[in-house]
Design a protein around this ligand. Structure first.
Ligand code: NAD
Length: 260
């Protein structure tokens, strides 16, 4: 049990990577707030944790809505009286070349990743700073926090920017015992990725198989997708790390797609 007595809030945890981290944290003994835009999936994920004997609550939260974020984070504190870990994970993708990209689509992607990370961080720090235990903030970056791919400009720009926010939180948070790190996964087969396989095939004029082999996995060392378990294990490790030695870092988990 690496997270006993910890309270963790994970955004975008109704499905995909966030849901896997929520389950992993609960298995390690944490009380887990499963936050998502979708009430239905947040409740489903929370109930699955409860059914497995864990401790969880569902929080409906659009991370781009300042009021919803403040109220959602406050409800977690009211329930368990503390907040130790924030995983700012909610994210979306949009596939388009830059010259055809609508401003509204640019803004939406940047807002979910960046405004969402800022708003949830600010709300969580309020409680972490007020306690004498500090806390840890984990951002869900991507290999696209390190390098670009075509057709994903707002995503790539926002994921790079998260590294800057992470380092800023590490600098300011240290005095309050708050650490901050960025997880940078390669491709994981979640609904977010399943959706973009046909979209990329269409835009690039190649088959879906070629998108997988020649775009998504080409630069990995073993032509393998990163798994939910890979990312969850890293998220547990970062949350449970015992000191401020590991802060302001980006950790890439991508089967060697990106080496730093
Ligand atoms: P997903 O689409 O499976 O799940 C994303 C979740 O975020 C959904 O439950 C959705 O409802 C929620 N969400 C979307 N907008 C939201 C908002 N405004 N407020 C609150 N919740 C919102 O995606 P995923 O693949 O699990 O991605 C999770 C994170 O991991 C994202 O930040 C993504 O960029 C990142 N990531 C994914 C991959 C991958 O290959 N899947 C790789 C690197 C990084």
């Amino acid at each position: 049990m690496r997270m006993e007595n910890q309270v963790a809030l994970i955004t975008g945890a109704g499905r995909g990577i966030g849901r896997a981290i929520a389950q992993g944290y609960a298995e390690e003994g944490a009380c887990v707030a499963v936050a998502d835009l979708s009430t239905e999936t947040a409740q489903e994920a929370s109930q699955a944790i409860l059914a497995a004997g864990g401790e969880a609550m569902a929080v409906t939260m659009d991370v781009t809505d300042e009021h919803a974020v403040n109220a959602g984070v406050a409800s977690v504190y009211e329930r368990w009286g503390r907040l130790d870990v924030l995983v700012a994970n909610a994210g979306i993708q949009h596939i388009d070349p830059i010259d055809k990209l609508d401003f509204a689509d640019w803004r939406k992607v940047v807002s979910v990743h960046l405004d969402g990370a800022f708003l949830t961080t600010r709300a969580a720090l309020k409680y972490m700073y007020a306690s004498d235990r500090g806390g840890t903030v984990i951002y869900m970056g991507s290999v696209h926090s390190k390098e670009a791919s075509p057709l994903k400009a707002p995503y790539v720009a926002a994921k790079h920017a998260l590294a800057g926010l992470c380092r800023s939180v590490a600098k300011e948070g240290a005095a309050h015992g708050v650490r901050s790190n960025l997880i940078c996964p390669g491709f994981v087969r979640t609904p977010l990725v399943e959706k973009q396989i046909p979209e990329q095939a269409r835009e690039l004029g190649i088959s879906e198989d070629e998108v997988i082999r020649n775009v998504m996995l080409k630069q990995t060392v073993d032509q393998t997708f990163t798994t939910l378990e890979d990312v969850t294990e890293l998220a547990i490790h970062l949350a449970a790390f015992p000191s401020n030695a590991l802060t302001g870092q980006s950790v890439v988990v991508s089967h060697g797609w990106h080496m730093q």
